[in-house]
Design a protein. Sequence first.
Length: 603
Amino acid sequence: MKKFALLIYIISIQSFGQIYVGASTPVYVKNQVLYVGQTINLAANSNLYLRNLSQLVQGTTGTSTNVGTGIVSIYQEGSSDNFDYNYWCSPVGINVAATGNQNFGITMLNRPTTSTASTAATILPLANLDGIANPLSIASRWIYKLTNANSYSQWVQVGTTTTLAPGEGFTMKGTSGSDAVDPEGTGIVNNPGGTGAQRYDFRGKPNDGNITVTVGANNSSTLTGNPYPSALHLNAFLLDPLNNACTGIAYFWEQDKTINSHLIAAYRGGYATYSPGTLGSNGIYVPATFNSYKGDGSLNNVGTSSGLMRQRKYAPIGQGFVIKGAANGTVTFRNSYRIFYKEGEGLSQFEKPAKDKTTAKSEETVKAEGTEASNDIPHIRINAIINNEFTRQLALAFLPEATDAFDRGLDAVSMDNFPNDTFFLMEGKNYVIQGTNFDVTKQIPLTVKAAASTTLKFYIPEVINFDPTQNVFLYDAADASFHNIKTGNYEVTIPQGVYPDRFKITFTDKTLGTNEETKTNFFIIQDNSNRLLKASNPDFIAFKSFYLYDIAGKMVRSKENLGAEENYSFSTSGLSSGVYIATFITVDNEKITQKVIISNAGN
């Protein structure tokens, strides 16, 4: 094995085939990525410090060959409130001499005192309810795991044991009090108190290589997470066909942080839903609708306010999440999913109070990611305020490859079962995210159920990367009425029952039409030889805007303030070959729309 003795500081991106870290040559990586192609050999009493958002990425294929009894040390922060759960997944395991990944337990967590020194956290016995910031004391009572579960009773208490296998997630509550130590000298202390965050120092052998997690059929739930000391490309993990034993959706626990109680009956929380959609997209995130709970842990079925919007494309170090099984089998985390992406840069957020961690992105990240906004999946968000008590949010996504049946990694089943609710119904299951290919003539059923007379108010709070001129209606079959929920809201009271066919999302109004007019003296053509979209306007109609959309409804070209010209010309160079929709808006808000076929051979 080739060995490297490194200097104390690594201050630029470094890449090594293998690394040997000796007791007298500690490695300190500051604000960078350390890439190791194969094995890390950590000699006895050796230390590899990852600081200031540094990360370790490895290129091993197959099983980890990391070896040695030295340690890697890496920070992550969770909630500072000792009543709130975070879901975790450790990036390290026990530092034993044996090769490969090892188990983890909370006895391996530490309180940083300097940039290199830490003291072991105090692990409180099961009788203690409250964690403490200084000295760092963790309440072992709240350490649980979940595997192939369909009910609350299947949570397994881990407590003080070191039995969490690599890739197994766990729950842990935060701490009370504060800790003013600033080990990295960045102005960020271990715990500022209040709504801040609690820093933990994970110390052990770095996880590496293939890490396999068991899942079960029938949408059983398993708590897992990012098992590496680097960011995880969550889309790559969820969408990999090799991982089709899961549904391709990740769920993130959110909790109402205004409730300060350890009693289950006082909890208000729920699961936010993340759908990756496509590998390069930013995915779709629907925040939690909070449940309340009974004393035995079963749902009380009273929703409250929704959680926060977060970005999930890249799971940060330590982030735990729940996946659902589509079949009995396994899913595998691989080094090919690892990426150097700093938390807080826009697409990676741990579940804790937000704070500014923004730093300059690495050149590799920018190249890999492209323009973030342009990677948004075209979709609309639909809110339903139920009895003025809580808001259920749904998302309707538009992708050309989506079907009207279940699409893995796009359609997301609900984690809730409220007595009064609304959802997309497919194959007998309730969905909070549904994907489809856009067609202006489509009618998409929206199921509503009510345990008693219920009032609902529907509206669209946000349209993302989708035709801004496209109307969206809610059709109510009870009186054959259409309601534009994009420009207003529709409030209706329904009697007890389940209504799978009464309400539909539509894109045309059969009374008002789509406010489109056919202008016989306005002609749109695609000149593929010159890669231009041209329009002839002999009547000099005054136009205010032009938009060109792909078949998924994503805007790819636009121009404002067109005026009244006899001819218009727009470049289509660089666009992929396919069907597009050209839309011209007059100053009177009339819309002229025509499909065009763009053929850019060689692009």
